[in-house]
Design a protein around this ligand. Structure first.
Ligand SMILES: [Mg+2]
Length: 245
């Protein structure tokens, strides 16, 4: 599939699931977190335990969003409304922040024990668009973005990074709001309509669409192509290598 890259000035890449295989790790860690929580909650209330669905619940409520929003939105889908708690809540705390920090600890344990690799097709596409003179930025809800980029050998490939840390510092709205992509466009001095967004999450594709970007490319590694199109993806590919042709 051919994209006319010369129509554009910059490409804004999501991280987890687009550049690195970390969306799968995130999904597994979310499942572990929520299943532990839901199972003990069901047991203490004498209710049936309905586990987190790795595909449907992850794609619908969690993927691409800031961690805290993922925790809140999934629990709300089960009719569970915990107190927000605060940044720095201990993992044991039964609050949105407490559960979220548990999820982060699970992810960091995997990241540091198993390492992370960039998708070869993604690394090749980043190199290709840079050769053609386009600017590149990474736009991620993750607070671990810098560490993941470093571990994947991608740290030098992006001129701008708008991640979970920046989102918190600037008080931006997370995906599906377009704020993080628009901030990256501003940092590169590129108008959104001259920019391409590359996203694997429903929330991320929706953010690119809402930001008025010139092209929104959906990456479907899990059979979500139709839903990605419904959220506003102009094209959907299975791997970024398909865009090298
Ligand atoms: Mg993603």
């Amino acid at each position: 599939m051919a994209v006319s890259w010369d129509r554009f000035q910059a490409v804004f890449f999501d991280l987890d699931g687009v550049l690195t295989d970390t969306a799968r790790i995130h999904a597994v860690c979310w499942k572990q977190l929520f299943d532990d929580y839901l199972e003990s909650r069901a047991e203490s209330r004498g209710e049936a335990f309905v586990p987190f669905d790795l595909e449907r619940d992850y794609a619908t409520y969690v993927d691409g969003k800031p961690r805290i929003d993922g925790t809140r939105d999934f629990l709300a889908s089960r009719g569970i409304h915990l107190p927000e708690g605060r940044v720095g809540d201990p993992p044991r705390e039964e609050s949105i922040h407490g559960l979220s920090i548990r999820k982060d600890a699970l992810f960091l344990r995997v990241l540091r024990s198993e390492g992370i690799e960039a998708y070869p097709g993604s690394k090749a596409l980043v190199a290709r668009v840079r050769e053609q003179g386009l600017r590149t930025a990474v736009v991620s809800s993750s607070h671990n973005c810098a560490e993941v980029l470093e571990a994947a050998g991608l740290a030098g490939d992006f001129e701008a990074r708008v991640d979970g840390v920046v989102i918190d510092e600037m008080g931006l709205k997370g995906k599906p709001a377009p704020d993080s992509f628009l901030e990256a466009a501003q940092r590169l001095g590129v108008a959104p309509e001259r920019g391409v967004v590359v996203e694997d999450a429903l929330s991320g594709v929706a953010a690119g669409r809402a930001g008025g970007f010139g092209l929104v490319i959906g990456v479907d590694r899990t059979g979500n192509a139709q839903a990605l199109r419904e959220q506003g993806a102009d094209v959907v590919v299975g791997d970024l290598a398909e865009l090298l042709a």
